[in-house]
Design a protein around this ligand. Sequence first.
Ligand code: OXD
Length: 333
Amino acid sequence: MTPKTIVTCFPLDDSHVERIRKTSKSDFEVVVSGQDKIADDIFKADIFCGHAKVPVDWKSVVDQGRLVWIQSSAAGLDHCLTPAVIDSSIVVSGCSGLFAPQVAEQMMSLLMGLVRRSPVFFKAQQIKEYVRRPTDDIFGKTIGIVGMGGNGHRIARVLRPMVGKIIGTDQFPNACSKIVAEKTVEKVFPADELESFLPLCDVVIVTLPLSEANEKLISDDQFALIKAGTYLINVGRGSVVDTDALVRALARGHLGGAGIDVVDPEPLPTDSPLWELDNVIISPHVGAQSPLRIPTTIDLFCENLNRFRSGQSLLNLVDKKLGYPRPENRIDF
Ligand code: OXD
């Protein structure tokens, strides 16, 4: 049998490639591509593992009829879930929940930086100014997590000892019964009940992936529901928050501050007013960055490759219409 081809596109070293080769036995050859070549190399793929950050003609890939499985190396699937892929028979699996510890740490750095006024003190440090300024805290506060997937679960568990109350929203609130039963989260609202949820929060943490339903989910109407002084953190996808509405809410002094690891557009243009504000902390989409990211992704891919070869269902199998795995298919957290 002629070997089929796995095309990879994320930063692998020789040992990672060797692991994939070993796992695939001689059924597959492995082509290591890169961002400069992937738009062409994708047409050689029976299986694609990675994250193309350049435009890929997914419609032609689907029409070619060769690609059968995409293992995304990112948790967010917006890079490959185009209408053509969604409507095709291509199976997609993702990395949901795999980088939740790192995303929770990034969330903490943004949130703690905002409430303890790190930008103000950092600027003062640069001019050797030793002056006390007011700070805030999260002790006793109500934290609202929009999206209780893997990242939302981890964030809740990390914050639990530090805050008053944690509430959440999710498309599948019933799949959150464990974290409610263990009293980490008080209540998980259905995703479409933002109207009742948002006014209760002192901090709103957005963890949602981008999907048609989530685009600009937090816009002027939602900022109007949020209490004055609330902090907004976004570690999901930038386009879930309407950037212009965020700028308006900050400009009128409505928000306590915003911590954004993701923003729309990325990179944030140099003339964005967000750069100028002392109550905004911006990090350049590094939430899931980690020295463990590649080896963890390879572990998942190799496990899924074994499953694929033996016809078992894949871990983190994505419901392409939803844009992420259904609770019963995602890795446990
Ligand atoms: C991801 C990310 O989706 O890094 O994995 O944003």
